[in-house]
Design a protein around this ligand. Structure first.
Ligand SMILES: [Zn+2]
Ligand SMILES: [Zn+2]
Length: 143
């Protein structure tokens, strides 16, 4: 099974691919992810910004991260799927893992923003958990 980053929205109007391996894959329990996806959390496959090819126009909702930097959430304007987010603070594009053509290889490595996790969400017992984001160096652009 190849860990291919290739996918798109439910109706096919938005398509994406990236040729690099994910820098990190994580479950995000932040309220923004919950509202964007309509689920208890999102699983995100993050790659460095600029390593992606994206076609189709998107509806963009921009929010401030709690670092104060903008996060642009891209939805398909036709089917509404939350497809990806771009975090300016981390210089990363995070694809919503469920929009991959084949999400079966995805293995979340950490869980973030568990401070806002829903009490009915299932957290994976073996994964490192962080109330917000994990501590990281100034030049770490992995999330
Ligand atoms: Zn669509
Ligand atoms: Zn989130």
């Amino acid at each position: 099974m190849s860990n291919k980053i290739e996918g798109g929205c439910q109706c096919g109007a938005v398509r994406y691919s990236s040729s690099v391996a994910p820098s990190i894959t994580f479950n995000c329990h932040c309220t923004h992810c919950q509202m964007a996806s309509g689920a208890a959390f999102t699983t995100a496959v993050a790659v460095p910004q600029g390593t992606t090819e994206i076609t189709g126009s998107t509806m963009v909702h921009t929010l401030a991260s709690d670092l104060g930097t903008p996060v642009h959430r891209h939805h398909c304007p036709t089917c509404g799927s939350y497809v990806y987010g771009i975090s300016e603070g981390f210089g990363a594009t995070a694809f919503n893992a469920v929009t991959l053509d084949d999400p079966s290889w995805v293995k979340p490595e950490i869980e973030v923003y568990v401070s806002s996790a829903q009490p009915w969400a299932h957290l994976q017992p073996d994964l490192p958990k962080f109330d917000q984001l994990p501590p990281m160096g100034e030049d770490d652009s992995s999330l």
